[in-house]
Structure formats: C-alpha cells, structure tokens
Design a binder for this molecule. Structure first.
Ligand code: F6R
Length: 366
C-alpha cells in the first residue's frame, strides 16, 4: 500500500532515512569500523586488484559514477564505469587482476547480467550490489552485498539508488581499511558521517512543501539542464534521468565546464538550469557557471550547502539549501531534493508517475 502517499514514488522517497539505516546496520561496528561478514575476499585478493570496473544500467550506473570518484580518491587505482550494454559488446579489458562491481536493484537486468558473465569469463572477481535477494545477478556473482531498500514499486528508482551509494561507500572504506590505506580512527570518522545521513536525509525531506511550490512554476519549463562538477556531475546525471522519466520534460545533465562548448546555445527563457554547488574545491567554478546561465536569461536554480554565503541569491531564481557532510557523501543529500523536484513537477503535469509510459521496472530484454 502507498501508506497515505499519493504515489509509491513519494512513499519510497520518504523511506530513505530508514532504508539507509537498514543498509548500514550490521556493516558498522560499535567502534565505527566497517564489517562485511558476507564477503569472502581476502586481504591478499584485494591487494591483487590493479583496477576496478563498475558496470550497471540507468540509475545503478549513476550510483557507479559516484563510486568511481570515491574509489579513485580513496584507493588511488583506476576505476572505470561502464553502461552494461556497452561493456558487454566492447571486448572489455578485464583480467584476473580486475575487481568487477556490478550494480542492480532488481538483479535481473539482462544487459547487466550478461556483463557480469562476460567479466567472469575474462577472469575478473565479481562483486554484485543488489537489492533483490536470490536474483540472477546475486546468484551468479562471486560476492554479493545486498542493499536493504525493501521492495521498490515505483518504476523511477529512488531508495534503491541511495542504498546503492551507501553500500558502495562502505565497500570503498572496507577495501581502504583492509589495505591499510586508512587507519581505524580515520575510518571511524567517515563511518560517523555515514551514520548521520539518515537524520540529514530526514531534514532534506522537510523541503517538500518548498519544492512542491517551486515545481508548480518549473513545470512550465520546456527543457532542463542539470549541471555539476565531479561528484555533483554524477548526481546531475541521476537528477536529469529522474525528471525525464516521470515528467516527460526533456532534461539532460552536463559537466558544468562543458556548457560553453556547445549546449549554452540552447539556454533561453523557458529553459531551466539546475546548478549543483556542493563540492568545495569546485565551488567558485560553479558560481561562474550560474552567471553564464542567468546572463542568457535562462532560469537558474542552485543547490547549495546550508550556511553557504558565497552565492549571490539575487543572481538565481531559487536556491535549495541542504545540510552538509563531507563532500564525498554529498550525493546522498543532493539527490533527495531532485527526486522530490521530479516528483512534484510530474504531479503538477498530471503524469502517471509510478508507471511512466514506455518503461518497465525490470528490463529483462536486451
Ligand atoms: C531509473 C530506473 C532504471 C534502472 C535500470 C537498472 O529510475 O529505474 O534506469 O535503474 O533499468 O535496473 P536495475 O538496477 O534493476 O538493474
């Protein structure tokens, strides 16, 4: 049942504090160390990997993009993220020194399953991050880490994504710890931040009424751009996918620095540009991107951390303020308002929402 919500999508958005908590439970100790009793991988095996490939489709692929940034920062190894349907036909460079991380909510996506098989045949060790227990991908992978999102009914994925991020963060910290890249105190500091996320997501959910109001106006936009850099670009990809699938408004994500290499030509009144500015090192660059947009009369919405004083609020049409954590973990807090924005724009337009046209929850055809 929808538990009093108009749609499963909204219910599932609101379940995220709990599903994040559930995905952390049993994986973090009292002393804030990461534990994975389900993993059989030895320290020697972990040290033997010289690269990581991440393979998935859609929203799960976007979770993989966040993980790439995190793992490269933390593990200092090359990490490649591929869309499963590309990976499987590309004769991928994978061998016994490769850790292949396969991400899938359903565990049944045909291209993702085929990619898993391809990685295995080539000698990689496979680790699947899956929500549905006992699914094909879970059964065929060498290692499985379950997300505890519970059943996701809405075709547009929300709580599966944030629990995938949690699982992927934990895997990174676990590997870093096993390899002695991070000491126990540092790990404990990060785990403390992860444990604070459910309460912070609950805070973000309180933006609901504000976002609903904003959505009324934005639902008249002809097109959307979502811009970010680094982790924010990965989140922008997911935000654009959410909006297009439930509202049917054209939306695309761009690495903010790429706008002036072409897409800026499309910015005009009626086009809304959502700018993510949650990454400290890239903050000033994002502010100049905001100016590029408003100078061309595009509507600008900025997503910033609470307490951010750097943004001239007169330069944008609206500002969404979210709680702050380490830049690495900001994607969890940044996507939630975007899920709500997609939902409320779709609602304002009277869309189906839980079952968008042309889409299926589990894509078992290739
Ligand atoms: C988007 C969405 C899809 C899925 C994709 C992969 O909201 O739901 O893009 O993320 O079809 O599905 P799984 O994770 O089941 O492999």
């Amino acid at each position: 049942s929808k538990g009093g919500y108009d749609h499963f999508m909204l219910k599932e958005i609101h379940e995220q504090p709990q599903t994040i908590r559930d995905t952390l439970r049993g994986r973090v100790s009292d002393t804030n160390q990461v534990m994975f009793p389900e993993l059989k991988l030895s320290r020697e095996q972990l040290l033997n990997f010289n690269r990581i490939v991440i393979v998935a489709c859609g929203t799960a692929y976007h979770a993989g993009m966040v993980a790439k940034h995190f793992y490269e920062a933390l593990l200092r190894r090359p990490v490649e993220v591929s869309v499963a349907s590309e990976f499987r036909y590309s004769d991928p460079i994978v061998d016994q020194h490769t850790l292949a991380i396969i991400i899938s909510q359903s565990g049944e996506t045909a291209d993702t399953l085929a990619a898993l098989r391809e990685a295995k045949v080539k000698g990689a060790t496979t680790l699947a991050v899956v929500n549905v227990v006992g699914s094909s991908i879970a059964r065929e992978s060498d290692e499985v880490i379950y997300t505890y999102a519970g059943p996701e009914i809405s075709v547009a994925s929300t709580k599966a994504y944030t629990t995938q991020l949690i699982a992927l963060y934990l895997v990174g910290l676990y590997i870093a710890e096993q390899e002695n890249r991070l000491g126990p105190t540092v790990v404990a500091g990060y785990v403390e931040l992860l444990k604070a996320l459910p309460a912070q997501v609950a805070q973000v959910l309180k933006l609901g009424p504000e976002i609903k109001e904003l959505a009324q106006g934005l639902s008249k936009s002809s097109s959307f751009f979502f811009l970010g850099r680094g982790f924010d670009y990965a989140v922008a990809m997911e935000a654009a996918l959410k909006l297009k699938e439930v509202s049917y408004i054209h939306a695309e994500a761009y690495a903010a620095g790429e706008m002036k290499h072409g897409p800026l030509a499309l910015v005009e009144p009626g086009v809304t540009v959502v700018c993510f500015a949650t990454q400290s090192a890239l903050y000033d660059k994002m502010l100049s991107n905001v100016k590029e947009i408003t100078a061309r009369d595009g509507g600008a919405v900025a997503l910033v951390k609470d307490g951010d004083e750097g943004l001239d609020t007169r330069s944008v049409d609206s500002v969404l303020r979210i709680p702050s954590t380490h830049d690495w973990f900001m994607p969890i807090l940044a996507i939630v308002p975007m899920q709500m924005l997609a939902y409320y724009i779709a609602a304002a337009l009277g869309r189906e929402i839980d079952q968008p046209r042309n889409l299926a929850k589990s894509v078992t055809v290739e």
